[in-house]
Design a protein around this ligand. Sequence first.
Ligand SMILES: [Zn+2]
Length: 303
Amino acid sequence: MYRRNLLAAALALPALARPALAQAVPLPVVASFSILGDMVRQLGGSRVAVRVLAGPDVDAHTFQPRPADAAAVRDAALVVRNGLGFEPWLDRMLRSAGRKGPVAVASTGIRPRAMADDGHGHGHGHAHGQDPHAWQDLANGRSYARTVAAALAAADPAGAGHYRDRASAYDARLAALDAWVRERIATVPEARRKVVTSHDAFGYFAAAYGVEFLAPQGISTESEPSAAQVGRLVRLLKQQNISALFLENMANPATLQRLAAEAGVTVQGRLYADALSPPDGPAPDYEAMFRHNVGLLVPAMAG
Ligand SMILES: [Zn+2]
């Protein structure tokens, strides 16, 4: 109510008088991809208006911004990005937009993992260096949320208490979710915690939760594997008795379907790695993404 009235007052005033009432309108925030957009919404509530650049089911590694995105990046009170080389296109945007305002790097303070260097690359053009998919460990997600909440409070000091309260409630939910993930995975015998998927986005998940993800050579989102590569993977699936074979939401399904057919294995479903689903899908927010992924992984690994 209070903010609605202020908003009406702000709109009634001449433009020059508006900065003094800056809290009356939602804080314009740009998030580089859908998972961060959700975090900003969870932490900001009605105090923020989030614009997401790489939206649901969009591959943020290779996102191609439009001119309207550049204007949003220039004008936002805060830009939130992942860092760790995830959004190379955003570096160019920030430069060309001449942005002077704050840019929060959500991964600040986490311990980065090295990207697995097995010669095939990530399938997204960053074969070497740091693994950007840190949000796949909920401990890192909690760190992201603290970083984003602090950046929101710095950009909107009058809302500091609001962001602090929401950050504390969100952190409690993520901590409970982390405990649930561990409980569910503990129900699978250790030797069976093996998964094959289409790109190596689960390094942090693997390390945090004790699941082995195989995204073998040639299985990238951009190139078709050779017959020899397919043969090697089919042997691996059979030798290790792996029943958990998954697609990802942004990947071309053809390669994995072909592998599944040759190995006589069924593709068990679609994991969400780098992007959320649309609102009516199975992974519309960060928490739902974990529940969905773990809900598919556990019975598939158990076989
Ligand atoms: Zn990725």
